[in-house]
Write a new protein. Sequence first.
Length: 192
Amino acid sequence: MSEFPTQAQVVIIGGGVGGNSIAYHLTKLGWKDVVVLERHELTSGSTWHSAGLVGQMRSDANLTRMMHYSTNLYRELKNETGQDTGWREVGGVRLACSAERMEETKRLVGMARSFGVPMELISPNQAKDLFPLMSLDGVIGAAYTPNDGSIDPTGLTNALSIGAKNRGAKFFTNTNVEKIKYQKVGLASVKW
Ligand SMILES: Cc1cc2nc3c(=O)[nH]c(=O)nc-3n(C[C@H](O)[C@H](O)[C@H](O)COP(=O)(O)OP(=O)(O)OC[C@H]3O[C@@H](n4cnc5c(N)ncnc54)[C@H](O)[C@@H]3O)c2cc1C
């Protein structure tokens, strides 16, 4: 483990998927002096028990852009870092059980084209062919996105941290942040 630095360009508190993703992306943007502080072990917060489902189309354009970007990243992360993320591009089915949800689904399918996401409307029976365990009760329509998938949140977090470490980020686990001291001018100083 590296020596505790007395200062850093950026200090990230928390080694869940959020903190690791910030460290990964800052170092990718060329930031060299990035420190991550985690009070227990990486991914010991809520990240490790998240379901890990990755659906790209959201009702908000920025979230959709982010999920589309994430899907492309998840496809490549193992090659870059050597860490298996458990990414499985098994496709995703979105069900509509009300007229309003159907309307929203149709709108999403239209929007998907502008993001380059191959989402298409399918019938309830086609949805059942794709996922035989589902019940057709109340289902009036569906949409299918073949390149949605699922990922292991712990593997993903570890891969992001390896990518960040490879570009110089420093990680300190079992390091609880106790205080953040704000100064009038400039950045906050953090006590750990
Ligand atoms: C693939 C994937 C799909 C997801 N899909 C969904 C979804 O569909 N819907 C949804 O709602 N959510 C989803 N989530 C989000 C998930 O449920 C969690 O909300 C998310 O993982 C939280 O990440 P985090 O880094 O913000 O927090 P955490 O994983 O909780 O990380 C915070 C870390 O900070 C550390 N910490 C706290 N205090 C201190 C301190 N004082 N000093 C040092 N360290 C400290 C904790 O120990 C912890 O490790 C998804 C997540 C993933 C990875």
